[in-house]
Structure formats: structure tokens, C-alpha cells
Ligand binder design. Structure first.
Ligand code: 5GP
Length: 177
């Protein structure tokens, strides 16, 4: 059989259903709030954020941040902000929207960075999490799915900038690289 692309982990239909459920829960939980600011973490979040934000029935604003690791030669594993929000988040209700939590280091860094700015509330919505890989205790308020320790692509997630537009979540195997 010829290689047809990464093996399917979650189909488009399964993803759509789960994102709608998350949207319903978030809309209910924030029903009494004037405005929710969704802070998407680039670049992997862009499709999830687009779908999730369109499932919400509450007033919301979209903003973005980007984080990068310092090279291994400096402080291994240290993170830095390479793009900050345009909104001043102090006093606002903030929901971090992230594609995947792997070791948890990025989410931990974001939660520390954003909570220092004194938002009215700070929660997180993560599409995928790899529980076996977690190194940092991070609290996730809304989670799409837990997955095994595999490299996944599609639905915004890449491998060397490929596969982001794949409509499903696939498992990258050696033959796909
Ligand atoms: P963490 O800081 O939790 O270890 O890693 C978070 C980042 O690693 C994610 O935002 C994502 O960019 C990347 N990452 C971790 N696992 C995967 C994966 O299976 N597939 C893809 N495409 N990116 C991943």
C-alpha cells in the first residue's frame, strides 16, 4: 500500500464534536463575564483557536503570544517571549489557548508570566496533553484529549512546518518524515 499520510488519531468529526463541547462549557462558565480574552499561543493554536472562538456564544476578544526556547547552548530549556499580547491583560478575564502540552514547561512559563500581570482570572484551554511526558505541574481547565507519547501533526500542529493544514490529528511515523 502506498503511504497516504500520517495515521489518523482523531478524525475531523471527532475533533469538531469535542471543540463544540469545549465551546459550550466555556460559554456557560463565562456567561456572567463582560468579555473573555482568548490568548492563543502561536503558531500551533491557530486552527483550534479559530474553531473554538466560533463555538463561543459569549463576548470575546482574540489576542496572541509566541514563546521560543533559548538555544541549548545558553540555558537549556529556558523560555522567552518572542511576541506579547496587544491587550493589557490586567483586570481582564484571560483564557490561554494552546495546541498541546507536552512537558508542561511552556504552559508553566505562560501561567507564571500572565498571572504576574494580575488578570481578573486566568484559565487554560488545551487541545491535547501527553500525561506521560509531564515534567511540570500545570493546571488545565479545559482539555480536548489526553494522548500517548507520540509526535502528532495536523489541525495546526506541525513537523518542521509541514502538516499544519491536515484536517485531522495524525501520528507521525518514520515514513511520513
Ligand atoms: P512543552 O513546553 O509542554 O514541552 O511543549 C509544548 C510545545 O511543544 C507545543 O506547544 C508544541 O509546539 C510542541 N510539541 C510537543 N509535542 C508535540 C507533538 O506531538 N506535535 C507537535 N507538532 N508539536 C509538539
Amino acid at each position: 500500500m502506498p503511504q497516504t499520510g500520517p495515521a489518523v488519531l482523531f478524525t475531523e468529526a471527532v475533533i469538531r464534536k469535542r471543540v463544540r463541547e469545549l465551546g459550550r462549557r466555556i460559554s456557560k462558565d463565562y456567561a456572567a463575564v463582560d468579555e473573555l480574552v482568548l490568548v492563543g499561543i502561536l503558531r500551533g493554536c491557530y486552527i483550534f483557536l479559530a474553531d473554538l472562538s466560533r463555538c463561543l456564544t459569549i463576548p470575546r476578544r482574540i489576542d496572541f503570544m509566541a514563546v521560543s526556547s533559548y538555544g541549548q547552548k545558553t540555558t537549556p530549556g529556558a523560555l522567552r517571549l518572542i511576541m506579547d499580547t496587544r491587550t493589557d491583560i490586567t483586570g481582564k478575564h484571560i483564557l490561554i489557548v494552546e495546541d498541546i502540552v507536552d512537558t508542561g514547561r511552556t504552559m508553566h512559563f505562560l501561567q507564571e508570566t500572565l498571572s504576574a500581570r494580575k488578570p481578573a482570572s486566568l484559565k487554560s484551554c488545551v487541545f491535547l496533553r501527553k500525561p506521560d511526558r509531564l515534567e511540570k505541574e500545570v493546571h488545565i481547565d479545559y482539555l480536548g484529549f489526553d494522548i500517548p507519547d507520540l509526535w502528532v501533526v495536523g489541525y495546526g500542529l506541525d513537523y518542521a512546518d509541514r502538516y499544519r493544514a491536515l484536517p485531522y490529528i495524525g501520528i507521525l511515523e518514520t515514513g511520513d518524515v
